[in-house]
Ligand binder design. Structure first.
Ligand SMILES: Nc1nc2c(ncn2[C@@H]2O[C@H](COP(=O)(O)OP(=O)(O)O)[C@@H](O)[C@H]2O)c(=O)[nH]1
Ligand SMILES: [Mg+2]
Length: 295
């Protein structure tokens, strides 16, 4: 490899616009979990793309929120802000064709940052009337001096490579920062916890995922089997009952789906045990957040 350029690219935007979906598409692996529900991404996750002469390090962020009351939201906003400051290039993602108060709020933070911003208008596959796009783009041009405005579909990959080309051009000269074959900064335990959280989000209603976190307590590999023990933390007893489901059915389903995906990740047979435990008001308590690794 002969890397001449490298740098960090922050993917930011309000929850649910498709940031993690774009990251996964660009890297070609599911490294960041996704769902139709907001607040799925809780962590800063790096996606590393090594091209012929350029290494792009994408940073997937939790969505920026207006609501800062709960400690978890404050935590997620802090990460997103820090990421904007650290990045060489910002990809600001919005939904075709709507512009909301939350987008305006993200834009405000960008105005202070003074770095190249590419506006990615996502989900164009959902547009029934493509003629809406041009007037929408014209309106956005007045809001900010975007380096580029690119309509994309993260789920289908439409224009994703065009976006990547423009990003690569904007990166500064720099050395290779990660090995060729490394795709993310997260370790296997983290990825396991995230897979379980994704299955949990998909198996439960709106409010619940917000109150949960997943902790891998045991991870032991032998020749034949990987033994994994996991605690799902919730805030209230009622939430525990919901996750477990009738005669344990829901937890069993979550466990089965997660196990299959973890086996693929590890390329190894897995024995997975899940426990659900209660820790009161943990999202509201900075100390509890720390004890669960949200530093
Ligand atoms: N139709 C369509 N759906 C998308 C697209 N990108 C993301 N989604 C969906 O939008 C939801 C939120 O995506 P996610 O990547 O988790 O959003 P994030 O909160 O910004 O990270 C998921 O259900 C995705 O499948 C897209 O280009 N087209
Ligand atoms: Mg996300």
């Amino acid at each position: 490899m002969n890397i001449k350029k490298s740098g960090f690219v922050a993917i930011i935007g309000r929850p649910n616009v498709g940031k993690s979906t774009l990251l996964n598409y660009l890297i070609g692996e599911k490294i960041s979990i996704t769902s139709p529900k907001p607040q799925t991404t809780r962590w800063q996750i790096l996606g590393i793309k090594t091209l012929k002469h350029t290494q792009i390090i994408y940073i997937d962020t939790p969505g920026l929120h207006r609501e800062e009351k709960r400690a978890m939201n404050r935590y997620m906003n802090r990460i997103a802000n820090a990421v904007i400051l650290d990045a060489d290039v910002v990809v600001f993602m919005i939904d075709a064709v709507s512009w909301r108060g939350e987008d305006e709020m993200v834009l405000k933070r960008l105005q202070e940052a003074e770095k190249p911003v590419i506006l990615a208008i996502n989900k164009i596959d959902l547009l029934k009337d493509k003629s809406e796009l041009l007037p929408f783009i014209d309106k956005l041009k007045d809001k900010f001096n975007f380096t580029h405005i690119i309509p994309i579909s993260a789920i289908e990959g439409k224009n994703a490579h065009l976006l990547e080309e423009e990003i690569a051009k904007l990166l500064p000269e720099g050395p290779q920062l990660y090995p060729d074959n490394q795709m993310t900064d997260k370790n296997v335990r983290f990825q396991i916890a995230e897979i379980i959280r994704e299955k949990l989000i998909h198996a439960t209603e709106e409010e619940l995922p917000y109150a949960t976190t997943v902790e891998v307590e045991q991870f032991e590999q032998s020749d034949k089997l990987t033994n994994i023990g996991v605690v799902i933390w919730v805030e209230r007893h009622g939430q525990k009952v919901i996750i477990i489901g009738k005669k344990g059915a829901r937890l069993k389903k979550i466990g089965m789906q997660a196990r299959r995906e973890i086996e693929k990740l590890l390329d190894h047979k897995v024995f997975l045990r899940l426990w659900v435990k209660v820790k009161e008001n943990w999202t509201d308590n900075d100390k509890a957040l720390k004890s669960l690794g949200y530093e």
